[in-house]
Design a protein around this ligand. Sequence first.
Ligand code: FES
Ligand code: FE
Length: 435
Amino acid sequence: RPIGSGAEAELERIREGVPHGRFPAHVFNDQEIFDVEQERVFAKAWCFLAHESEIPNRGDYVTRYIANNNLIVARAESGEIHASLNMCRHRGNMMCKSEMGNASHFRCSYHGWVYKNSGELVGVPYMKEGYEGRLDKRDWGLIKVRTETYAGLVFGTLDPNAPPLDEYLGGFQFYLDLYLKQGSSGSEVHGPPDHWVTETDWKIAAENFSGDGYHTPVAHQFGFNLGYFASSGSTHSQGWAASIPGRGHGIGLGHTPGFPPFAGFPEELADEMRRSLSPEQVEVFSQTRTAVGTVFPNLSFLMQPFSIVPGEAGVRFVTMRLYHPIGPGRTEMYSWCLVPKDASEEYKREAYRAYTLAFAQAGTFEQDDLENWARVTRSAGSNMARDVEFPYVMGMDSVPDPDFPGPGHVVKPYVNDSNFRNLWSRWSDYMTGRE
Ligand code: FES
Ligand code: FE
């Protein structure tokens, strides 16, 4: 849908500012930006939908969104995963009302059309008497959405011309493996997601998770003071910022000198990771204390050791989250704890405890972030903020680290705007119709 030429020119201007380290405040809370994003970003990009371990058995399903489209993501009888628009083809009723469950078929509660969980229409009341041969069931299945997976992550895109997922990820798989290949059998979700609405813009969360090591010693200062973190505020800024140029994905890799390799993992799990990851991945991840990354646009991860009892050795946990924008400055959050499939029940429980205390909906660190993000969102929506820009000039002259064995644009230190410039440049490419 076309937008006014003034708005197009403004988006071009925003895009030109990004490489110079400038990005406007208002985009973080703006109705017009939200509307354009729905069509140009979320309807075009590969959006994260679900983790395969949420629907391990035939018939398992979850409902998720791409933009404002509610989708049923189901494991069909064949074992394949299908994503279909949750809208009856007869008169548009929502087929599936629950967020997760198990069903081989969905029956519409309005006139009773029945679909397989793969989307095929198989039952129509009064087929003979009413339709008299005028309706071919094969033409009226649920609308399908293209899906592809990587290491358990299910992505969907509404764009039939989107490149394959592998190309879209563009090498970021190297870093994702830290979260997704914890051990030879991979990772799984531990329980259903925490799911809540926040008064913040998805972009603020996506940016923070693409490697904002800068806020940690300040916003989460009590974590250092009380001994929840296995590092100090001064070592926290060390490490790397890695991003995939032109793709928007980025990760911050915090490193504390002298930190034991794979600290926070049980010994047997660390050994398994040494076996299942590539030597380059082992070199990077064994010295990674904190890893916080975003896959453009709506998926983020964080892994770090967290001391459940302050001062004691930390337990490494992973949070995975999905952002579903529901309005300018409003986001539906989904947050999971990801654990290694093969780990002991004891470790899974401990990791889940650490995750819940720190980063689930009511987690202490989550609250620190959300209070700040909600205030950023509110001020970004004010009239005076229309003409305000933010500086993204940190690390503008950082040169790529020649010794780093991983892919992408990798700079030191971890405290850097490099990943954010990459993120907003990708966003601007989508917003100006270049993708
Ligand atoms: Fe679903 Fe009529 S709307 S059967
Ligand atoms: Fe934070």
